[in-house]
Design a binder for this molecule. Structure first.
Ligand code: IMP
Ligand code: MG
Length: 177
């Protein structure tokens, strides 16, 4: 049987997540100063975060979604990313804020930023990640906005999965090894 949360230690509580998202949204509101933005949510991991963040934004907001897949053993990034043929013409000429669950090696973020710049013509392009694992970065990509810096642990919950499971947990946890 797959246990949903009994084998997890809590790293960030639901309350801490929600409080930080509200203050992060204020930073984003200040930065864009009322200008319209498009939140480009990276499926599937950033869904919870993008939805909760969006509720606190005060400028006109559109939401778009992109799906990437990386191939690896599940807990480490292989650096190979594919995007599925999403038509994102909606983002041309707009202030685009990519919303991700986590930056680890930074390879996914780098791929995505280059992909968007090659295929589309956003007015501005920024990157917002709920979690930031700085120790494991393999490039110089840094998020413009992020919620929490975390150490190098494999985390699950609040959108982040373990083999597809546990995305629905309202907190962020990790397996004690
Ligand atoms: P990166 O390309 O190494 O920066 O990894 C980014 C992607 O790897 C994220 O979008 C996640 O899907 C996944 N990932 C990295 N670390 C974790 C983790 O601790 N838990 C769950 N997924 C992770
Ligand atoms: Mg992801």
């Amino acid at each position: 049987m797959i246990t949903q949360s009994s084998d997890l230690k809590v790293l960030i509580t639901e309350e801490q997540i929600q409080k930080r998202i509200a203050s992060l949204a204020n930073e984003i509101n200040d930065y864009y100063n009322g200008e319209e933005i498009v939140l480009l949510c990276v499926l599937k991991g950033a869904v919870m975060f993008a939805v909760d963040l969006a509720k606190h934004l005060t400028m006109p907001v559109k939401m778009e979604f992109i799906k990437l897949s990386s191939y690896g053993n599940g807990t480490t990034s292989s650096g190979q990313v594919q995007s599925f043929g999403t038509h994102l013409e909606e983002i041309n000429g707009k202030n685009v804020l990519i919303v991700e669950d986590i930056i680890d090696t930074g390879l996914t973020a780098e791929f995505l930023i280059n992909y968007i710049k090659e295929k589309y013509t956003p007015k501005t392009l920024n990157f917002c990640s709920l979690l930031n694992k700085k120790e494991t970065r393999k490039n110089s990509v840094e998020p413009d906005f992020y919620g929490f810096e975390i150490e190098n642990k494999f985390v699950v919950g609040y959108g982040l999965d373990d083999m597809g499971y546990k995305r629905n947990l309202p907190f962020i946890g990790y397996k004690e090894v």
